[in-house]
Design a protein around this ligand. Structure first.
Ligand SMILES: Nc1nc2c(ncn2[C@@H]2O[C@H](COP(=O)(O)OP(=O)(O)OP(=O)(O)O)[C@@H](O)[C@H]2O)c(=O)[nH]1
Ligand SMILES: C[S@@+](CC[C@H](N)C(=O)[O-])C[C@H]1O[C@@H](n2cnc3c(N)ncnc32)[C@H](O)[C@@H]1O
Ligand code: SF4
Ligand code: SF4
Length: 354
């Protein structure tokens, strides 16, 4: 982690940008406004998905985690600086103890109008328990990760997961009035042939489906080459069965959407490997220890925990965030190629929550 020197000059990188002139905006060196914060509230999870975690993970000691009050203070500081969309991730966000305390507390920013969306990305295992409370707290839309509808394959890819629990969770969230988008990582030779079935499953329940290219994160020996499936290939195959019409629909996330005419639903493609979307990046990531990553695919980070604990006043914290934003890189350097000498990003996806 780089040491931070606070030498921030407001407007230094953004004087020409009209958005920058709005009070509180965070503009990076490439003129991109940071309006989306993803917060990994825990590094722990009740699954061990093969593309995300190692089989034997060592988790952070609980004493190293920010408290829920501290996470609230950090999120609120970002909202004061222009964040309009906040997504809780993990690890699995719903396994963090008392998570509803944080969600209920953050929902005040929805009520005040400062925040447009408070949402989460979840593996769905705890949704049956939390769906009603989430809806009551103002969560209108969530993303649920689901790579296969085959019980045994589900257990294989998640190592620990139970498909029926997730399906029950999805039903409970839909019944509570929460909109769902299904996220599926496209995995070569694993769920490739099943994508039409996933599509029909999602669209029959008025859920969008987003496919994701696997990214090379994790230990150096956790090579993703065997799992990687370019979505250009998936789209080509799907277009032999379905009529796909490009849409201009935007969520603030990285997916590009098409309408599937036969099912009437939306299908999104998240293509960090084949069609990099970094030029429109609007997001940064906060971990449960208060580390701020300016890019999912880079190691540079800022220590916000120290800044947070240095003073009860947010002024110093705000200058540290501003300085970090000046270091937001242009994009990632992911390469999936076993012959490449370039290492993958060494942290697991669960640290930054995808
Ligand atoms: N390379 C890269 N991948 C990202 C980024 N944001 C999201 N992803 C990938 O997309 C996946 C799905 O993200 P979600 O957690 O569903 O969030 P989202 O795509 O912003 O969700 P929506 O608000 O529904 O658009 C993540 O798990 C990552 O794998 C990003 O900034 N860079
Ligand atoms: C890290 S998980 C955290 C939230 C929650 N546990 C879940 O699974 O939805 C967030 C997202 O990251 C995705 N993901 C994990 N590892 C990935 C990888 N190597 N490449 C692409 N996406 C990945 C997962 O499929 C999931 O949709
Ligand atoms: S993708 Fe989500 S559910 Fe799967 S191991 Fe990672 S954090 Fe857990
Ligand atoms: S890889 Fe980095 S720069 Fe590109 S979209 Fe993701 S966070 Fe933004």
């Amino acid at each position: 982690m780089k040491e931070i020197t606070v030498d921030y000059k407001p407007g230094l990188f953004s004087a020409a940008d009209p958005i920058a002139q709005q009070a509180g905006s965070m503009i990076d060196p490439f003129g991109r406004a940071v309006t989306y914060l993803r917060v990994s509230v825990t590094d722990r999870c009740d699954f061990r998905c093969t593309y995300c975690m190692a089989e034997n993970m060592t988790f952070l000691p609980k004493k190293d985690l920010l408290t829920l009050e501290e996470l609230d203070r950090l999120c609120s500081a970002f909202i004061a600086k222009g964040v309009r969309k906040l997504r809780l991730t993990g690890g699995e966000p719903l396994v963090r103890k008392n998570i509803m305390f944080l969600i209920r507390s953050l929902s005040r920013h929805l009520q005040s109008g400062a925040l447009e969306e408070l949402t989460l990305t979840t593996n769905g295992s705890q949704l049956a328990r939390y769906a009603t409370e989430l809806a009551e707290a103002g969560v209108k839309r969530i993303n649920v990760s689901l790579d296969t509808l085959d019980k045994e394959k589900f257990h294989t890819v998640t190592r620990w997961g139970d498909l029926d629990r997730v399906l029950d969770g999805i039903d409970a969230a839909l019944a509570a009035g929460i909109k769902i988008k299904i996220n599926a990582v496209a995995l070569k030779g694993f769920n490739e042939a099943e994508i039409p079935q996933l599509l029909r499953f999602a669209h029959a329940r008025a859920m969008d489906l987003t496919l994701i290219e696997t990214m090379p994160m994790g230990e150096i020996d956790e090579d993703r080459t065997d799992q990687y499936l370019p979505l250009s290939r998936v789209r080509q195959t799907l277009s032999e069965q379905f009529t796909l019409t490009d849409l201009d629909y935007k969520t603030g996330g990285p997916a590009r959407y098409v309408k599937v005419e036969e099912t009437g639903g939306k299908l999104g493609f998240i293509t960090p490997m084949t069609h990099n979307f970094c030029e429109s990046c609007n997001r940064v990531r906060l971990t449960c220890t208060g580390t701020l990553y300016m890019c999912l695919g880079q190691d540079d980070a800022a220590d916000l925990r120290t800044a947070l604990r240095a003073s009860d006043d947010n002024a110093y914290l705000s200058t540290v965030i501003d300085e970090a934003i000046t270091r937001k890189p242009k994009g990632h350097d992911f390469i999936i190629d076993r012959t490449s000498q370039r290492p993958a990003v060494a942290r697991h996806m669960s640290v930054t929550g995808g």
